[in-house]
Write a new protein. Sequence first.
Length: 352
Amino acid sequence: MLDTETKKQAAVPQPFKTQTGLELANTAPEEYHGLVDGLLPEVGVSMWCGKPKVGKSSLGRQAAVCVAEGTPFLGKPTLCGDVLYLNLEGPLGVVKEHFKKLGVTEKRGKIHVVHEPMPYRGELGLQRLEQTLKGLPNLKLVIVDPVGKLLRMADSDSYDEVQLAIEKLEQLAKQYQLHLMFLTHGKKRDTDDDGDSPIGSTAFRGGTDTNIYIKKRGTQRIISTEQRWGVAMEPTILLFDEVAKTYELGPTLADEESAKHKNKERKTVERIEQDILSELDLQKNPTQGDLLKAVSGKAVTKLKVLEELLDRELVIGEEDGRAMRYRLNHERLKAGTNGGYVEHIPVEEVAA
């Protein structure tokens, strides 16, 4: 039995272990690429969130195959290794068909699939998960789809309960030196901040290293990320290959909107060019005021288009002593040097 003095010493709280900043800096690697370069750390936890049926399970399975096969995921290099996939929702047949489409070979890494009901006590589910991890020493990635059926939390709105559950997942990831990815459902209503979309406490968002959000916009899927490491991905369109059943990154929403705006501007310019040329075909040597008055659009844009037509010598401006008058340059138009905008004007009309 311990004597009284020994018991007193054992009851004294022990200090935290510390390391200096220089020690940490000296042990930092020259380069760090992560499990998925710039997206998922090699050791850590990520949350993948989206409403039901938006494609998060499909994207998660694609990540599983990319890690097992050592192929890029969304164009980003991966570290090759075994994967544990807990398929806790939906039929196994869907998983079978998808893995076949994705081209699983197991020539480099294996995907171990769990498809069975989870214990009704979350603590027991985590214990069984840990025992499974002990028997699979080459794991690089664990996917829990969806996490609610593993954790079995009584109140997912409780910050303390969610924080403790995520902390336990993080401890498993660190202990077994792997990345643990969990999928969770998003709220029915869209939010201005994607980070507010997970159902439940904000501790889901705060306790992870990477958060991946998938949203549906019409027939499109949009992906965005929050990351402690790497560069966060701004909202980007996911392009889906129906044959291979894979996603790849498309343009960002900002780039798409910019392209739409530029296309709209281009069509406006083309329409104004057509209208100016048509008016010059109808009117005989109109003044600038008469010509621009007959064409709809912003005055600045119309003047710019007229200047460009003059520069391309499709229109000729001539001063008659009182005002500048304009006419078509039939020779240039017939020669086809129209810049591609007025090809639909019949030659007989411009030559009349």
